[in-house]
Ligand binder design. Sequence first.
Ligand code: IDP
Ligand code: MG
Length: 151
Amino acid sequence: MAVERTFVAVKPDGVERILVGEVVGRFEKRGLKIVGMKFMKVTKEMAEQHYGEHKGKPFYDGLVSYITSGPIVAMALEGKNAVALARQTIGATKPQDAAPGTIRGDLAVEIGRNIVHGSDSPENGQREIGIFFKPEELVEWSGSLNKWIWE
Ligand code: IDP
Ligand code: MG
């Protein structure tokens, strides 16, 4: 298993619904280490870069206005298999298909209000972290519990 970084964000609906602590806590408890975190508004340019793969799809314009509609909490998370672990903790894109116990399965109803983002590959993790963070905003630290989380 590779040590990876993934980009995770609490989307504007998660912030508005006062779910920041709940969502961040699930990643912390899962064993993913925070190496970057900030409360910010996403510009239209950032949203278009971030969601470029969806350009042209019927939901694209709505997606860009949703993600730019209010503040988000942007996170860079690190760990073994971080991308897959974060996606599993988040649950399926459509909340009605997301398993109970996942963030979307427990807390969300609509696909266009699904609370949280997680990168879908290590390459996209690096790419998305680069959109939202400057290199100096990422923090290297060892994490004293790592020996109890990783074999
Ligand atoms: P993901 O967030 O689980 O990776 P993607 O397919 O990459 O899902 O889609 C990105 C985001 O776009 C979703 O999280 C959701 O907010 C939104 N989205 C995807 N498909 C639809 C749709 O059919 N209608 C409305 N919004 C959608
Ligand atoms: Mg995606």
